[in-house]
Design a protein around this ligand. Structure first.
Ligand code: WTA
Length: 691
């Protein structure tokens, strides 16, 4: 196929399937052939002139320095980007191997809140820091940097009064309202470590996270609202707190105003208490390496891990990626429509933008509420310059057609970002052409909760895009593709393996809260000397990186990472369920859907409502994001002779890729029959009934 170059206007309608998952790719040649590597989009004209990183040469020069002269590169950037209360004495110490004792900007003292709020309140008090748009578009609020400082100080004084001190952990289970951001920044001001739990998680999940984080105080609201649907946050919190003996204070904000239970002595009204607080609160002087926050994320096994980030390194990395990847300039309005309960919200709604003195949009609603033009209304209304969302949302919006986009003035947009999962080229082109009118740059940003900020990403103004590729490494990032079996680096281009990073970067996680061994076992020991991402990756003929999906047992549903073990654990809570195996399968909107294979106890009678009961249990144990798409109740699961479930087979069955099942010799006796029956049952389940 000839190489095509696009300079903006001509639209391309070539059909391509999304990059394959590594499990389905047997050879490098096959993987590379499946990628639409020959489609290149040039830098948009409107960005060429003004970008910080204005050409490929500029990127390469800076990238080269960030690797070859790393200490000086990061020293200069740290000195010019952050406000230090005491300068650091050494740029980087420790290493990934063997202890995982990486540290950055050693002996430096700073306060993250000072960097994100105070210094902007000093120089630009009237600049808008936060634009809040509620679930109901009529509800909005704008908060200047001066007002933000006032609110954060009051909030910090309230927390202090409630007993919060440096290094205490504070649980935050909140809707997307400004108070959530005040809570995070107030913790940073006091040197307390926040742990935000996504407000879509259920009581058992919330409970486990609060216990693991040793929280003594939690912050929540009466109810949240998303897409018109009320979420009873305080009730869920009450349920979780029944088994959190350590928590002695629950701060509640009034948001929806419906009745709630009240436990005298434990519960306090946040908004009432804030009124009485002094709007000045001195800063705690923190060390670069003091933890700023932890955020729980799913792994392949066991309970979720509290990914813990540092103060200086994390802040610097999010600030720098924010500036260059979104090409931020003063006056820009940045809208990241993720939830603050995920790392994307931490890094690109709160810390990255505010550390740059930007105006950041806090959006409470969902893309379809009240109709599929909600995002574009938001962009038009606030004259948004950078818009950041997930491929899932784009795919869901595409289904509704272009008319929802076309009647909005989107001329303020310059950079459109995606995050969380691979974007299929079709969705990429829709974003580029329909939303961006072929004049915005698309940044497909690859990163993780653990990496703190972007790792592989295009830079507007410098790096040409290929739809579906996260393109090149950010400054200071040295990606390596390893052969998954031998662990040897695969040099040159046209290689396919597992993605690792060779050297520490400032934003990398520092530990798993209370379980440093887990950092070593999951990320640093699998391939000694490297940070292991858990993702498969291809480097194409031009040195561009393509993420091919998770190579472990985590499943990326709508950009949210779930552990198959977590969902299986929830399913076996059903009294009749004896065993469960959960795998991902390609889903046209979610990217990956959940397919659950379940066996029931011999004496349990399956009835018409069993599947619903199983589904409800998962929603109750984890939350609606983990709702299974398919549940197949089956008498037996395919296992090896030693009794291990063969997930590889289940993945193929779930994806209806049953033509080449590979080697079945590892199956125990009667295994062929088990597989045959499963294929038939899965087909029945996934084929819609004909009318
Ligand atoms: C996946 C979200 C392809 C990947 C910031 C990673 C992506 C996991 C991309 C982390 C992308 C994230 N292209 N895959 N642009 N971005 N992923 O921790 O599998 O919620 O390991 O962080 O999402 O998910 P997490």
């Amino acid at each position: 196929m000839p190489r095509t170059e696009h300079s903006g206007s001509p639209s391309v309608t070539r059909e391509r399937s999304p990059p394959p998952s590594i499990e389905h790719v047997d050879t490098i040649a096959q993987a590379a052939a499946a990628l639409p590597v020959d489609e290149v989009y040039n830098i948009s004209l409107q960005n060429k002139e003004r970008c910080h990183i204005y050409s490929m040469e500029c990127y390469e020069q800076m990238y080269h320095r960030s690797i070859k002269d790393s200490d000086n590169f990061w020293r200069d950037i740290a000195m010019s980007t952050l406000r230090w209360l005491h300068p650091f004495t050494k740029v980087q110490g420790g290493d990934m191997h063997p202890e995982g004792d990486v540290s950055w900007f050693i002996n430096g003292k700073l306060n993250v809140c000072d960097n994100c709020v105070d210094r902007w309140a000093e120089v630009a008090p009237e600049r808008i820091a936060i634009i809040w748009e509620g679930d109901d578009p009529q509800h909005t609020q704008t908060i200047t940097y001066k007002a933000l400082l006032n609110r954060v100080c009051k909030f910090a004084n309230m927390l202090k009064r409630l007993g919060v001190r440096r290094y205490d952990t504070v649980g935050i289970y909140m809707p997307m309202i400004p108070e959530t951001i005040y809570a995070m920044l107030a913790c940073a001001r006091l040197g307390a470590i926040h742990s935000v739990v996504f407000a879509g998680f259920s009581a058992p999940n919330l409970r486990d996270r609060l216990i693991d984080a040793h929280c003594k105080i939690v912050i929540t609201a009466d109810q949240g609202i998303r897409g018109g649907k009320i979420i009873p946050l305080k009730n869920i919190m009450d349920e979780a707190l029944k088994e959190c003996p350590l928590v002695d204070t629950c701060v509640v904000f009034q948001h929806q105003g419906q009745a709630i239970n009240w436990i005298e002595g434990r519960d306090v009204w946040g908004h009432e208490m804030l009124d009485g607080m002094r709007p000045y609160c001195p800063l705690e002087i923190m060390d670069s390496e003091d933890l700023l926050f932890m955020l729980y994320t799913s792994g392949s096994t066991g309970k979720p891990k509290g990914i813990a980030h540092s103060s200086a390194g994390y802040l610097l990395y999010t600030a720098l990626t924010f500036k260059y990847v979104f090409d931020f300039h003063p006056g820009d309005i940045h809208a990241c429509v993720a939830d603050v309960g995920w790392i994307t919200g931490h890094s690109y709604i709160v810390y990255g933008p505010l550390c740059n003195g930007a105006t950041t949009v806090v959006f409470e609603s969902v893309p379809m509420h009240p109709n599929p033009s909600r995002y574009w209304q938001l962009c038009e209304r606030w004259r948004v310059s950078q818009f950041y969302t997930a491929p899932t949302a784009i795919r869901a919006l595409m289904i509704h057609g272009t008319e929802w986009v076309e009647n909005h003035d989107l001329s303020s947009l310059r950079v459109l970002g995606t995050v969380g999962e691979p974007i299929n080229p079709e969705a990429w082109r829709w974003y580029y052409e329909v939303v961006g009118k072929s004049r915005c740059d698309i940044v497909d940003t690859y990163w993780q909760t653990e990496t703190g900020g972007h790792m592989l990403t295009p830079l507007p103004g410098a790096i040409k895009c290929k739809p579906g590729s996260a393109t090149r490494p950010f400054f200071g990032v040295e990606p390596v593709i390893l052969d998954s079996k031998t662990g040897k680096p695969l040099h040159g281009n046209n290689v396919n393996g597992v993605l690792c990073f060779r050297r520490p970067w400032p934003g990398m996680m520092r530990t798993v809260y209370g379980d440093h061994e887990r950092l070593l076992n999951v990320y640093l020991r699998p391939y000694p000397g490297y940070y292991f991402t858990g993702d498969g990756c291809v480097r194409d003929k031009d040195g561009y990186y393509w993420i091919t999906g998770r190579v472990d047992d985590t499943i990326n549903v709508s950009g949210h990472r779930l552990g198959s073990a977590e969902v299986e654990h929830a399913l076996v809570q059903h009294k009749g369920c004896s065993e469960a195996a959960v795998v991902g399968y390609p889903h046209s909107v979610k990217g990956t859907g959940l397919f659950c294979f379940v066996t029931m106890n011999g004496d349990y009678e399956v009835h018409a409502g069993t599947t619903k009961e199983l589904r409800d249990i998962v929603r109750k144990e984890i939350g609606p994001i983990a709702t299974p798409d398919y549940i197949l109740i089956t008498p037996t699961l395919p296992k090896t002779r030693s009794g291990k479930i063969i997930r590889r087979l289940l993945r193929k069955i779930a994806a209806s890729e049953t033509d080449s099942l590979g080697d079945l010799s590892t199956l125990g006796e009667g295994g062929d029959q088990v597989v045959h029956t499963l294929i038939q049952e899965a087909k029945k389940l996934t084929t819609p009934p004909t009318k």
